[in-house]
Design a protein around this ligand. Structure first.
Ligand code: FAD
Length: 524
């Protein structure tokens, strides 16, 4: 969608006679999946996202497409089986963004080799035809070769298993594009500020503000879906003030390091750190992502900040398993995300014990709220939610079509060494931009392969509106190297300004806002 398409779409929202079948609030994994599912069934669908697509939790994950080995240990077989099936479907439908990765669990007790080999063999078995590869036990020597730097003292050996890895916000953008190709209207920077009800107290519309212009719109629909992640209670409060909270945020932090800290093609998985948490060290876009934590919080925010104790926890544990002990100065980026976990009934429950499955709740007004789940299962969550909307709003029945629907950019046999692989089938079109302007073939930052054409592409075809949209969620520089992202901000703003017809004042505001934000991704 180009900037002028956006203008036209927004203008069409003024049509007072228009009633959408479904309005989806929230443009993270959940909302985008729902918009795609609904549009592909033929429903007139509108999705509104208050900031940028995936700015919330959906750009801050561990980047795994997985069944959840941890949930298996908790005996949650149904949840794991469903996630493994969805993992397989995602690999099939978005092979340009999802890849099969081997994970190694180092064993420090004599019984662990057998314990994890059996458990993970069952994990493979549950995956059935969607299996990513067989689990196997490896010797101490092989473990040390594949994970150079892993603590050798008391090491018995290792267990290798397979799971998926992806680029979360790139998948979100591709879902938005697929949704549009299926007929959905999706808008970022549109915030729902109120709900409208008819005489029967059923929802009839939403009030939404165009965040860029401040203009307000009254939009009607037959079904309304609250897919706002950790913000679901804000919308539920608009619907029914005084309602008990449904979700409780739990923060997860990741630190990003240079690959030299774990020069391995495999990922490292520690099922139980000293305090019982899972720790991953995952190679991602030529860097190493290490995390995560699980810290219950009382407040939510669109830009959560890592707590000191979370940073210490990751640094201390990383020191035990990586080739060299990382220091604060080695952290290229730190990012925090909030899990939209279902709030416990019993106040004493810990976040780890709260269900990771998704929940769909229909309020008396007809508002459908979907919460919980994970990125991996977004498609199934969407299917269940649209089924519920069909039933609640009496929409013409239509079957779900997303099981085998290729996601925008879908292409097999990607060259993972070429950083442009994330564009999949768009790669050549992106490169062709350099025919229009030779300078766009040049680098965006001297240390990285990103091209200036990627900024132009993000504005023209991926709905990027701000420097942050480009550097955080279209190219992932903010998450990979926050200092480099700050250094690239000026050029990014200049390139965007030409495309969007913005002046110098806009550029300076963008640079200042982005620099202040990116500072929070740095530790020193
Ligand atoms: C640390 C961490 C690691 C994780 N790792 C993994 C992983 O490796 N694999 C995996 O499968 N899952 C993982 N998850 C889970 C996964 O990331 C989430 O389940 C998923 O991203 C949630 O998506 P969502 O769309 O529900 O929420 P969000 O992505 O938060 O989206 C909600 C959106 O609603 C918007 N919104 C809110 N209010 C309004 C309003 N009034 N009007 C318009 N828009 C509004 C927000 O701006 C936001 O963009 C992880 C989660 C965390 C926190």
């Amino acid at each position: 969608m180009t900037a002028s398409d956006r203008f036209e779409i927004i203008r069409s929202l003024n049509d007072p006679g228009k009633t959408w079948d479904i309005i989806v609030v929230g443009g993270g994994a959940t909302g985008l999946g729902i918009a795609l599912d609904a549009a592909s069934r033929g429903y007139q669908t509108l999705l509104l996202e208050q900031t940028d697509f995936a700015k919330g939790t959906s750009s801050r994950s561990t980047k795994l497409v997985h069944g959840g080995v941890r949930y298996l240990a908790q005996g949650n077989i149904g949840l794991v089986r469903e996630a493994l099936r969805e993992r397989g479907r995602l690999l099939k439908n978005a092979p340009h963004l999802v890849r099969n990765l081997s994970f190694i669990i180092p064993n420090y007790h004599w019984w662990e080799g057998m314990y994890y080999s059996i458990g993970l063999a069952f994990y493979d078995l549950l995956a059935g035809k969607w299996s990513f590869g067989r689990t196997k036990h490896i010797s101490k020597q092989a473990t040390l070769e594949r994970l150079p730097g892993v603590e050798p003292k008391r090491l018995y050996g290792g267990v290798i298993y397979h799971d998926g890895q992806f680029d979360d916000s790139r998948l979100a953008i591709n879902l938005a594009q697929t949704g549009m190709e299926q007929g959905a209207t999706v808008l970022n920077y549109f915030k729902v500020t109120g709900l409208e009800k008819g005489g029967d107290q059923k929802l009839s519309g939403v009030i939404a503000e165009d965040v860029e212009t401040g203009k307000t719109y009254h939009l009607k629909a037959k079904a309304f879906i609250n897919a706002t992640g950790i913000f679901v209670d804000d919308l539920l409060q608009m619907d029914s003030p005084g309602k008990k909270p449904l979700v409780r945020p739990s923060q997860g932090v990741h630190l990003v390091f240079d690959r030299s800290f774990m020069p391995s093609h495999d990922a490292l998985m520690i099922p139980k750190t000293d305090d019982g948490r899972v720790l991953f060290a995952v190679p991602w876009h030529d860097k190493l992502v290490v995390g995560t934590t699980d810290t219950p919080l009382d407040e939510h925010s669109i830009e959560p900040v890592a707590l000191e104790q979370e940073i210490e926890f990751i640094l201390n544990n990383a020191a035990r398993y990586l080739a060299k002990a990382p220091q604060r100065k080695d952290v290229l980026s730190v990012f925090a995300g909030l899990r939209p976990l279902a709030a416990p009934q019993d106040e004493s429950s810990k976040t780890k014990e709260i269900s990771r499955g998704h929940k769909i709740i229909v309020s008396e007004s007809g508002l459908i709220t979907v919460t919980g789940g994970k990125w991996t299962t977004y498609r199934k969550m969407a299917e269940d939610t649209v089924d519920k909307a069909m039933e609640t709003a009496g929409l013409n029945p239509a079957l779900c079509r997303t099981q085998n629907l290729p996601i925008h950019g879908s292409r097999n046999n990607m060259d993972w060494e070429d950083h442009l692989y994330v564009y999949g089938s768009d790669r050549e079109k992106l490169l062709a931009l350099a025919d229009e302007n030779k300078a766009w073939a040049e680098k965006l930052h001297p240390k990285y392969e990103y091209r200036r054409a990627e900024v132009i592409w993000a504005v023209r075809y991926e709905m990027a509106r701000t420097v942050e949209d480009v550097l955080a969620r279209r190219v992932r520089l903010l998450f990979l190297d926050a200092n480099a992202a700050i250094e690239a901000a000026r050029l990014t703003a200049r390139l965007m300004a030409t495309e969007l017809g913005k002046d110098e004042l806009w550029q300076n505001e963008q640079i200042n806002t982005f620099t202040a934000l990116a500072g929070k991704y740095l530790l020193y």
